[in-house]
Design a protein around this ligand. Structure first.
Ligand code: SF4
Ligand code: SF4
Length: 455
């Protein structure tokens, strides 16, 4: 998340007032690259070896360190938003692997997102109108998203196979064919059809938790939402899924639309804080990472800053929550050889790597093989695989090669974006390895059938 620096904290060490420069050069920008964050980089280069885009090109400008230099020059008003600069900000996956290893604590995500906000607000993003349409018109409305998803479901059921068979997509621009291949299967029933607003466990209620159904999770991964809720119920949680909740806003913010992200955050604050909750549990890494940052996102908003902090303090990734409450031990064996892929927004944004593994290790029968480069981005990165397909596919190939090397029969991905991307990579190469979510395996080991087999 990019944050607005309200004070010129570096004025004694740096003669440039970044905020003033930004306001002159990029009028209308909501976010400005944080001056302290830029200055903190000591150019040590420790981030280079973990940066996927540097790994692809070997070029300094495509590394975190190189990008920080570029952002600094632009922030100082010494470089315009040139096509090269825009391309470098776009090329970055915002995977935040650089943050994990940075000894100076540079929050690179803040910088790149603030730069994207500037690019978007001066209308220089080549995808500007498409992104604005989706982030301001489609994603904020569950109703509109569900209409589009329902149409896509009809297409996938009745037309997709025929059109692919007759080579219809060869007649269209390449991009459309790729989108057809990349789009995950739409769920037969959306999760807000399967789940209720208030769900109670069979026995005594120990915890009262809120549940974010998500925008894409709701229509594309309803089975995983159902499995997650069933696991929470098995762990004595009453699960509240507020009707008036909306998309968390992470996709908008990661693509430089902070106006939309802030508006969505406020709606979720109203929706969730209306209930007396012990925690807000989320099963999509990008969403939990972003909602933990609502407090910073709205820190300058007099009406919402305290409420945003209150909400952020309650947000838990589902693995983190289950480990914290000492989850019920599963006892039914699941005989599978598995490997685990770390989602960037779990591993790098939230430093959650141990908890999913502890849950998997508790499941009897599982043989777990560690994945080489498990924390390296799979190339999904929100809408990255749609807008930078070729770069995304290079990273996906590397991920799939590593998965194949484990000889596992199942790869576990805890984030829906990663699951869809890895599933696409495996399908494309006709590799018979299944992609599953940790909550589905845990539910099976509680002796319950996975939602995909029952709904
Ligand atoms: S690791 Fe951190 S301090 Fe070192 S070059 Fe990268 S961003 Fe800068
Ligand atoms: S966020 Fe990821 S892709 Fe972007 S500079 Fe950091 S490590 Fe590289």
């Amino acid at each position: 998340m990019g944050l607005l620096s309200n004070k010129n904290t570096g004025s004694e060490t740096n003669p440039i007032n970044y905020q003033k420069a930004a306001l002159v050069n990029f009028p209308g920008s909501i976010e400005i690259p944080n001056e302290e964050t830029i200055i903190n980089c000591i150019h040590c280069g420790m981030c280079l070896s973990v940066c996927p885009t540097y790994q692809l090109t070997g070029m300094e400008k495509s590394s975190p360190r190189g990008r920080i230099r570029l952002i600094k020059i632009v922030a100082e008003g010494n470089l315009d938003l040139t096509p090269n600069f825009i391309d470098e900000m776009d090329f970055c996956l915002d995977c935040q692997a650089c943050q994990t290893v940075c000894p100076a604590g540079v929050k690179f995500g803040q910088l790149v997102e603030a730069s994207r906000d500037q690019i978007a607000n001066v209308g220089k993003d080549p995808q500007h109108f498409r992104k604005r349409f989706f982030f301001r018109f489609i994603f904020p409305s569950h109703a509109r998203l569900k209409i589009i998803a329902a149409m896509l479901r009809l297409y996938q059921k009745f037309l997709q196979k025929i059109l692919r068979k007759i080579g219809f997509f060869h007649l269209l621009p390449k991009k459309l064919g790729r989108m057809d291949q990349l789009a995950p299967k739409i769920s037969d029933k959306f999760s807000d059809k399967i789940l209720k607003e208030d769900m109670r466990p069979k026995g005594e209620i120990k915890y009262r938790v809120g549940f974010l159904k998500g925008c894409l999770m709701n229509v594309m991964f309803a089975d995983i939402n159902k499995d997650t809720v069933d696991v929470l119920l098995e762990n004595d949680c009453e699960v509240i899924m507020p009707k008036n909740q909306v998309c968390c806003g992470s996709l908008a913010a990661h693509n430089g639309d902070f106006k939309s992200a802030k508006s969505l955050a406020k709606k979720n604050i109203i929706a969730f804080l209306a209930h007396d909750l012990d925690a807000i549990v989320i099963n999509s890494a990008g969403c939990s990472a972003f909602m933990k940052e609502y407090g910073e996102l709205l820190q300058d908003d007099p009406e919402y800053s305290d409420k945003a902090k209150e909400l952020s303090a309650k947000v838990k990734d589902v693995h983190e929550f289950l480990v914290e409450i000492d989850f019920k031990q599963p006892k039914f064996p699941v005989q599978k050889k598995i490997t685990y892929h770390d989602a960037c927004h779990l591993a790098h944004s939230q430093q959650i790597t141990d908890e999913p593994r502890r849950i998997l290790q508790a499941i009897p029968g599982l043989e777990i093989v560690e994945l080489n480069e498990s924390t390296m981005c799979c190339g999904s990165a929100g809408i990255y695989n749609m807008v930078r397909y070729d770069d995304s596919m290079k990273l996906l190939k590397r991920k799939v090669d590593n998965i194949v090397d484990t000889q596992a029969e199942v790869v576990i991905a805890a984030n829906p974006g990663c699951a869809g991307q890895i599933e696409y990579g495996l399908r494309n190469r006709e590799i018979d390895i299944k992609v599953m979510n940790p909550m589905t395996l845990l539910k099976m080991s509680y002796g319950l059938p996975p939602a995909g087999e029952t709904e």
